[in-house]
Design a protein around this ligand. Sequence first.
Ligand code: GCW
Length: 717
Amino acid sequence: MLKNLLIKTAFVVLLLMVPLKAEDGYRLWLRYDKISDEETANRYKQFLKGYFIEYDSPTIAIIKNELQTALNGLLGKNISRTDNPEKNNIIIIGSPDRSPVVSSLISNNELINCGNEGYIIKTISTEGKERILITGKSDVALLYGVFNLLRLMQTHSSIENLYISSMPKIKIRVLNHWDNLDRTVERGYAGFSLWDWHKLPDYIDSRYFDYARANASIGINGTVLTNVNANALVLTPVYLEKVKALADIFRPYGIKVYLTARFSAPIEIGELDTADPLNNDVKTWWANKAKEIYGYIPDFGGFLVKANSEGQPGPQNYNRTHADGANMLADAVKPHGGIVMWRAFVYSADDKEDRAKQAYNEFKPFDGKFRENVLIQVKNGPIDFQPREPFHPLFGAMPQTPLMMEYQITQEYLGQGTSLAYLSTLFKEVLESDTHAKGEGSTVAKIIDGTLDRLELTGIAGVSNIGTDRNWTGHTFGQANWYAFGRLAWNHEINSDQIADEWLRMTFTDNKDFVDQIKELMMNSRETVVNYMTPLGLHHIMGWHHHYGPAPWIKDKHRDDWTSVYYHRADEKGIGFDRTQTGSDAVSQYFSPVARKFSSLEQCPEEYLLWFHHVDWDYVTKSGRTLWDELCYRYYEGAESAGQMRTTWNSQQGRIDDERFNRVKMLLNIQYKEAIWWRNACVLYFQTFSKKAIPDDFEKPDKTLEYYMNLEFPYAP
Ligand code: GCW
């Protein structure tokens, strides 16, 4: 007996000695671990002796909770609420409209540029007292402000003499979940869908709250719950009950819920035999459906629609236009304040026009023809989320129509679940591209944020990379892409370097060497992926259907525009898609200085060379190497950099927890193998056209082209 007891006690003592907190990545960038640097911690403590909030609301409750959790964690100290706003060294939180104390400290005028979501954080020094005021016009604005203050502390920045005034540049900042009702996620690499439709609405997974909290911490204010390849069932009462449950949870975090609308829903779940947008019964059906949805969810955001694309039904089934379709739905949600996000991702199997041109041809004529609550959602490039694409020519081409950006956070074409590719640099590259729509400086960013064309309604969407994996995104560094999307959606002027810096410090450690080295690794990672997958403007040469791995040999499928040879057009003379006047003339869809640059072989930026030109194998590139040698060089350099990423990461062992360190380590090993695979397969394949030797300095592939061509991945995600 006694012996048993002793053993048990010893076991318990042992357990208590081992750090119990698992670093499984669940806590994302909101870890709030104790600040080990005493000096910093003490300085913070000095300014945080309590907080004052005059009123209550569900969002205020979240704020209080967040403050407690954060300060408890970061400083090991409870922060208590005080009733005395005159106390020294406290935080005062509130809106001037609702809090007399706050209104005595700041005028409404000062908040004039904050909109409904913006906030001011300001140190108020009076009579020897220092108080930090966090204010804004709405409770959600206060929540955003609190997260900003906490971010300062998580990154060990000063919280003295603060004056921060921050307002989102873009209104609608949404995640697009390509989640199906059976919980599979199209192009998802992090497990199943978070939405447990079967158990909703009665079973509420605590993860729904954590999801909302993480999004709020980076300013995301909307979520489209369902796949754009839509299922009409989500619009039926049984599902609307479930959607309502989620909307109720997300609301106090400032997050609105949107759904995808299947265009043929009136037939599939209604009693109608048509979905013709000009048919009165169809219009009435949608108007009633909207009313019904708003009955469940009074602040429902609206619909996202993929129509007449890749087999989805749409207005063209009835010889109507995209404008007819979008406007009909817009009219249905309009009385309730809803919007329609109508996707421009359309291209047809029957249209022999260059796929890159089709969306522009389809949509540009309708500029100014959409209702005012319609946004056209445009992918960043004209094809499909490739590792690199030039910006979409629609940006700048529809000055009277709000165009919203669609990015893909999930890495369908960038190594999927096994690759580290920091996408902030991709996002920024597109935003900073100059369309010249209204002369120099007409950047994509200014079109998206409405400043170029003075449009009020603005939006940005990111196709989510989140799933049921314990760490949300599968690859730990996928978290950085979610984070970066949110930060840029709020303020596209922040640079990628700063975003990486913040994320690393909050997610891993403040260790300078770690942050410096891994930040550099992140900053180069996307270019590395471009180099070993699709250098010099190559695109869409991934595996058939699942898009995993290299397959430049794909041809003879039922759709040309789903083959690889359609895009690279390699032959004995050269390689690349001629999109100049001698070819598809896609260049003409850009404004003249841009079009001129892209069409000139000499002036075209090399990163887009084979996107716009069919180039001879012997053409001499900027490096002085022939095109063939340059292509090899890029592939080899890409693979080598992938190897370097591995080395850099491995040198950081011990700087962070073993759990996350080892996971990333294993994934970087996989990524390196995949990079070599990409390099070898592509170089061997393109060599069958160029008939030239791989330059001597490079190690020759150890497998044959046949070997690579015969690889199969029947269960690739
Ligand atoms: O990127 C492609 C994907 C499809 C996707 C489509 C789209 C949701 O391969 O899986 O469908 O684009 O964006 O509609």
